[in-house]
Design a protein around this ligand. Structure first.
Ligand code: SF4
Length: 145
């Protein structure tokens, strides 16, 4: 069983109201049991919603208290929302005994190799990915396929 970013499966849950459906992801998951999840929508944020960038560091730094998740334009602090969504993802892995997640690259929640920090793409992981990895879940990205 695999936890998967819902947007990769075709669900229109992105901040801009679109999906990020990936035929490559769908093909890789064929025959596998899938738990779709969007941490940001799960946290209660709407669709669409303002885009958010990490600020002051990446997902690991957020959990250490050194970085925040801020709306790109208005600079509204969404850190607690994103952390709530990450905890929801972790709870889903525990509930279903999931040890592997396939998440969307570059997202401030789901990124696993690169994320936007203060408007610049840099190495690092999103808030959900950082929590899942800290708890022993293997996180792969759609770009690993
Ligand atoms: S939070 Fe994750 S699942 Fe939700 S839209 Fe962003 S990348 Fe997709």
């Amino acid at each position: 069983m695999v936890l998967v970013s819902a947007c990769l499966l075709g669900e229109a849950v992105r901040y801009d109201g679109r999906s990020q459906r990936s035929e490559k992801v769908l093909a890789a998951l064929e025959g596998k049991e899938v738990v779709p999840l969007c941490p940001e929508v799960g946290s209660g944020l709407p669709i669409p919603r303002p885009p958010v960038d990490l600020s002051g560091g990446t997902g690991v730094d957020v959990w250490a208290g050194h970085a925040r998740a801020l709306e790109r334009e208005a600079r509204v602090d969404r850190t607690e929302d994103f952390q709530r969504g990450a905890r929801l993802a972790l709870a889903a892995t525990r509930r279903f005994g999931i040890t592997v997640a396939l998440l969307k690259e570059k997202s401030p929640s789901c990124g696993s190799q690169r994320v936007y920090e203060s408007g610049t793409l840099r190495p690092g992981e999103g808030i959900t990915t950082a929590l899942l990895r800290a708890e022993g879940v293997t996180v792969l990205s759609d770009e690993d396929l």
